[in-house]
Design a protein around this ligand. Structure first.
Ligand SMILES: Nc1ncnc2c1ncn2[C@@H]1O[C@H](COP(=O)(O)OP(=O)(O)OP(=O)(O)O)[C@@H](O)[C@H]1O
Ligand SMILES: [Mg+2]
Length: 254
């Protein structure tokens, strides 16, 4: 199990500052949700933690070692990533696509174990009936579940999920979040996910980070972060937080 530390990072796209002085640590088995308006830096934060984007200042550490000292292959063994958008190749079958998640584990070519693990990952996300389907023949929600299968097939210690529930129906939203919780509790996998649904963030996180314009507005247990005051400050909307139900209802914009 690994500890991830994001140490005072500033990330720029040309001269635009997308993340400003962000610090956070992720302990083994912890589920962290990143919330914030469109363009607040959630995807940028996940990409930086995955080593895809390099900060201008500060760095990310995996078990105390700077992420830029790891090879891509080493990072891919530790971190499973489900991007917000994925340009998928139409002609690839679901099975072949999920197998690509085993690349960091194989030396020459996929073996029997890899195929078994791909089937197992597809079972976990309830997509075993889709193994031979082509990717361009899946619904949005099916594709999203297949992306999760590919991320868990290499048995990572950290999962980065960028809006994992965005195109799922209500049942699969809850199923994916329950799955994420189960993986984190049973295998000690740390999870960092961006979410737009504040009720889900409330119910499924150990820690919530609220971002606005690239800055951390507040960070802590859901009870402390998901408040009417913070929601107003971060999202510019009036909301009601119903504590007994751990639920958030958005009322109106101001
Ligand atoms: N490759 C890029 N080049 C230039 N600017 C970028 C690039 N990627 C993101 N940005 C800008 O950086 C800011 C943060 O983007 P990011 O994708 O991290 O936001 P987000 O919080 O994930 O938003 P959303 O909720 O819409 O997914 C935005 O203003 C965006 O326009
Ligand atoms: Mg995003």
């Amino acid at each position: 199990m690994v500890v991830i530390k994001v140490a005072d990072i500033n990330v720029y796209y040309d001269s635009y500052e997308a993340l400003s002085n962000v610090t956070l640590s992720v302990n083994p088995g912890e589920i962290i949700s990143v919330i914030g308006p469109n363009g607040s830096g959630k995807t940028t934060l996940l990409k930086t933690i995955n080593g895809i984007i390099k900060p201008l200042k500060g760095s990310v550490y995996i078990d105390g070692r700077n992420i830029y000292e790891y090879t891509r292959r080493e990072i891919a063994k530790i971190i499973g990533y489900v991007p917000q958008r994925e340009n998928v190749l139409g002609y690839v079958t679901v099975l072949d696509f999920v197998l690509t998640g085993r690349r960091p584990n194989v030396r020459y070519t996929y073996g029997k174990t890899d195929v078994e693990k791909a089937y197992e990952a597809l079972r976990v996300v309830n997509c075993e009936n889709l193994v031979l389907r082509r990717l361009d023949q899946l619904s949005g929600g099916e594709l999203q579940r297949v992306l999760v299968a590919r991320a868990i097939v290499s048995e990572p210690q950290v999962l980065l999920l960028d809006e994992p529930t965005s195109s799922l129906d209500p049942k699969y939203q809850v199923e994916i979040l329950e799955l994420v919780k189960k993986l984190s509790r049973s295998r000690g996998i740390s999870v960092i996910m961006s979410l737009h649904d504040l009720t889900h963030a409330y119910r499924y996180s150990d820690k919530v980070i609220a971002l606005k314009k690239g800055k951390v507005v507040t960070m802590g247990p859901p009870k402390e972060v998901i408040t009417e005051e913070t929601i107003l400050k971060v999202f510019d909307v009036k909301a009601r937080v119903i504590r007994e139900l751990e639920a958030v209802i958005i009322e109106n914009t101001i």
